[in-house]
Design a binder for this molecule. Structure first.
Ligand code: PEP
Length: 256
């Protein structure tokens, strides 16, 4: 299985800045067949960046997409409208769930729409600090994972990626804490176990499970070395092109 290094730029960079960043990264980056590098710029930048990007080096992802294909949904942009621009689409990021009110039902419909339109959803799941404190982590992970995948047919299981992102470890969360490799391993094991139980060993093994939460060049090696961690979803550190490139190089070394 490939190792995925995904940069989520969130609501940062103008279109011009996005293009400049991509230019810088394309200049630095080396291609490795076993490492898939993905960046998720803001929606406005997707069109120009889709013309600029070298897809042998970097793939593009959207950060969200609406589940209806067309119609009277003012302000929304659908998976079918972005399908020619990107290969991936992040779905159910904790900021969308907790700041913008996205429910498990929205998330599962969006996952299905992204697959229907020929892209790969990166389904984000993760518990908040409060949920963890209350001993609810297992239930939250099970609900978000199985509900998010409930409209995915078994033939499409090789077209999804899961990202475990504990909300309390995301760098912009108030009083964020660094997750330890042991914290992460426990939940990655749970996710792999749930996938195996639900879809069988063979199908479950095709699904990459990434980690995200305060990943930097200084801790990427430790996180990538966790058994069952198939890559990283990176927010803040992905905004700095040299650091993001360093993380790609670290991934190459860890997987060598
Ligand atoms: C994220 O929000 O997806 C994320 C992982 O952010 P950060 O790396 O900044 O914690």
């Amino acid at each position: 299985m490939k190792t995925y290094i995904v940069g989520n730029w969130k609501m940062n960079f103008t279109v011009g800045e996005s293009s400049l960043y991509l230019h810088k990264l394309l200049q630095r980056i080396k291609t490795y067949r076993d490492i898939e590098v993905v960046v998720a710029p803001s929606l406005m930048a997707l069109q120009p960046l889709s013309l600029q990007v070298d897809r042998r080096k970097i793939k593009l992802s959207a950060q969200n997409a609406y589940f209806q294909d067309f119609g009277a949904y003012t302000g929304e942009v659908s998976a079918s409208q972005i399908r020619s621009l990107v290969d991936y689409c992040i779905i159910g990021h904790s900021e969308r769930r907790h700041i913008l009110g996205e429910t498990n039902k929205d998330v599962r419909q969006k996952v299905a729409a992204v697959i229907r339109n020929g892209m790969t959803p990166i389904l984000c799941i993760g518990e908040t600090a409060e949920e963890r404190k209350n001993g609810e982590t297992t239930d939250i992970i099970r609900d978000q994972l199985l509900s998010g995948l409930s409209e995915v047919s078994s033939e499409d299981l090789d077209k999804i990626i899961i990202a475990y992102e504990p909300v309390w470890a995301i760098s912009t969360t108030k009083a964020a804490k660094m997750a330890t490799p042991d914290d992460i391993k426990e939940v990655l094991d749970l996710i792999h176990k749930l996938l195996k139980k639900t879809y069988g060993e063979e199908d479950a093994e095709k699904i990459p499970v990434l980690y995200g939460g305060s990943v930097k060049a200084t801790n990427a090696e430790a996180y990538l070395s966790i058994p069952g961690c198939n890559g990283l979803l990176i927010g803040g550190a992905s905004l700095i092109a040299p650091e993001f490139n360093d993380i790609i190089e670290i991934a190459k070394q860890v997987r060598a």
